[in-house]
Design a protein around this ligand. Structure first.
Ligand code: IPE
Ligand code: IPE
Ligand code: MG
Length: 248
């Protein structure tokens, strides 16, 4: 049976987060350089964003560039930044047409000015869309984000506005860059790596993890549907017993 038709439309995760990994290895398999893989990866992004709109995923966070990725060879970093500018500029009309609102999390100020400008433009142009919110994690790392949150809260304590006893998990969440989004219910990582690589450590506390050997440039709609189906077959217990879930 077709995968799409097996998906339960009443149990679609609101927010899916993806570590898009394996572009370099994909390119190598084709005898090409790593950047070729990043270019092909854009086609997967387009398909997955579209699939989210079609099945009703409201938030999609894509890990596009980590804080640690700055340490890659300069040619690759430069190519990734150029690709980002070119892609955002080219895809904005398409995002608008599909009702996609663009957002970004991460240390955006560390990106080249041309990237910041293109990004902000697209964020503004798509701001009224409501079908899918596409959140790009750029120059992002979770430890960076949590450290910033701690600094902001510490400032409030220092200035006497906040008592340390009143620090709550909600308050920490309110100081993360994801303040306006629900936590992801599903986290997907492609390319066979089984690690989290500094991505949404706090927000993924109760997410279901889905790992696939498929490299990101080959991760298209059918692979996404497989991940959604796997998610729908999980029992999310949140610390309860299975029996409690069925009787409640
Ligand atoms: C993911 O693919 C894209 C980025 C991290 C920007 P990689 O570039 O990490 O590809 P592999 O893991 O080397 O194959
Ligand atoms: C994680 O991929 C970051 C992104 C997908 C942007 P990496 O390929 O950089 O992760 P590690 O270093 O292999 O864990
Ligand atoms: Mg990688």
């Amino acid at each position: 049976m077709e995968l799409l038709s097996q998906i339960d439309k009443n149990n679609i995760p609101k927010h899916v987060a993806i570590i898009m990994d394996g572009n370099g290895r994909w390119a190598k398999q084709q005898g090409e350089n790593r950047v070729f893989g990043h270019h092909e990866g854009v086609n997967s992004v387009r398909e997955i964003v579209e699939a989210c709109g079609e099945i009703g995923v409201k938030y999609l966070t894509l890990y596009a560039f980590s804080t640690e990725n700055w340490n890659r060879p300069k040619e690759e970093v430069d190519a990734l930044m150029e690709l980002l500018v070119a892609t955002i500029s080219m895809e904005t009309p398409n995002l608008n047409q599909k009702g996609v609102r663009l957002q970004a999390i991460g240390d955006i100020k560390s990106l080249p000015l041309s990237c910041q400008k293109e990004l902000q433009e697209s964020i503004d142009i798509t701001s009224a869309n409501s079908r899918v919110t596409l959140i790009l994690a750029l120059s992002y790392s979770s430890k960076w984000e949590i450290t910033n949150a701690v600094k902001k809260i510490a400032e409030e304590v220092k200035s006497g506005k906040l008592n340390p006893d009143d620090i709550s998990s909600k308050m920490i969440e309110n100081n993360l860059s994801t303040i306006n989004y629900p936590d992801p219910e599903l986290m997907i990582r492609t390319s066979g790596e089984h690690r989290i690589s500094n991505f949404l450590l706090w927000q993924l506390a109760y997410a279901e993890f889905y790992f696939t050997e498929v490299l990101w440039p080959d991760f298209r709609k059918q692979e996404f549907y497989k991940a959604i189906l796997a998610y729908q077959n999980r029992e999310r217990r949140f610390g309860l017993t299975s029996e409690q879930l069925t009787t409640n």
